[in-house]
Design a protein around this ligand. Sequence first.
Ligand code: GDP
Ligand code: MN
Length: 393
Amino acid sequence: MKLQEFHARQLLRASGLPVPAWSVATTPHEVGEAAVGYLAGGAERVVVKAQVLVGGRGKAGGVKLAANPEEAAAIGRAILGMEIRGIRVRRVLVAPAADIVHEYYLGAVIDRAARRILLMGSAAGGVEIEEVARTDPAAVVRVHAHPHLGLLGYQARQMAFALGLGAHLAEAVAIARGLVATMVANDADLVEVNPLAIVRERASDGTETLSLQCLDAKVTIDDSALPRHPELEAMRDLDEEDPADVEARAADLSFIKLEGTIGCMVNGAGLAMTTMDLVKRAGGAPANFLDIGGGARSDKVATAMRLILSDANVRAILVNIFGGITRGDEVARGLIEARAQQERDVPMVVRIVGTNAAEAATILEAAAFETATSLDDAAARAVAAAERAGAAA
Ligand code: GDP
Ligand code: MN
């Protein structure tokens, strides 16, 4: 699960990292008001940033500086109205603009091969790290954290010196270690600060100080760990998720949308994979992976059907149920219920074997469903039906 920048900033702050002040606004008026506060507090300018779960907001025009409240409100109006990579901006972050001297990159990810947290740094910040890694691989510094002890002091110093941050050693070490600690504390699989910046501050008496600040934050949480982090689950942004994914999660269905035309409804992950393979072998392409799980009742079947049909590419549906805990007759009743609610008529081939298969067959035949007993046959017929529907369309 990806977090919005303003949520990610909270996590970094909670770990003691230096993150400048910010507020969140949903209207141009609120942007202007926040700007009034920061400018009165001594900021020369404010920065207004789109809060969307995609990278490269700066390049897309989603990060802008303003020198007065009116300008801030106007920028707020422009950014709040825009779409970035297909996502409508509904919120912006407003913060005192930092006077940036230099931008660095610092990010932690899971290195599965090494089975450790990998901290990556680069003195070429502001730019995407993938870009740096491609054009100048030697410019990316890598350090693996200790699996039990986290990022050790010497490792953090190694990173700091490699980035040329010797003059800010204590700050850089605390930030590097704090980043890894944030990752562990929140079961994150990515914690990224880009830019980590050397920021110049001018006191009223004219003296200048330089400090390291986290000016952007990107955090993604391991979905499997969310049950033990209700406070993070509460940060989920449903507006930016595919509605089908939201409905699937609520109904406890494993659903992954794919590119094909054959909607698949199956119980069990292994059987779902096999079904997709057989659809492929029959010359078709699955529109989704969908595991309704063991013991699914008829309402869950109906929800699954609605999810499949919400995909306009679906031209035929293949239902493949192996009744163990799941009872065939329950699924059959669910299919009838689903068809009654269905807005779109799509050919369906149903194969139900195992527990209560005979009852299922009776129910389905009475309701004039097309049934099959062999999976090869069912897959071939679903693919043929999709081709006919495609030719007719
Ligand atoms: P991203 O494009 O989505 O990664 O958004 P960022 O928050 O990283 O902003 C993109 C760029 O805008 C940064 O690399 C900076 O160059 C610039 N920027 C962001 N915040 C500030 C700020 O407070 N002051 C100044 N001067 N520039 C900023
Ligand atoms: Mn950034």
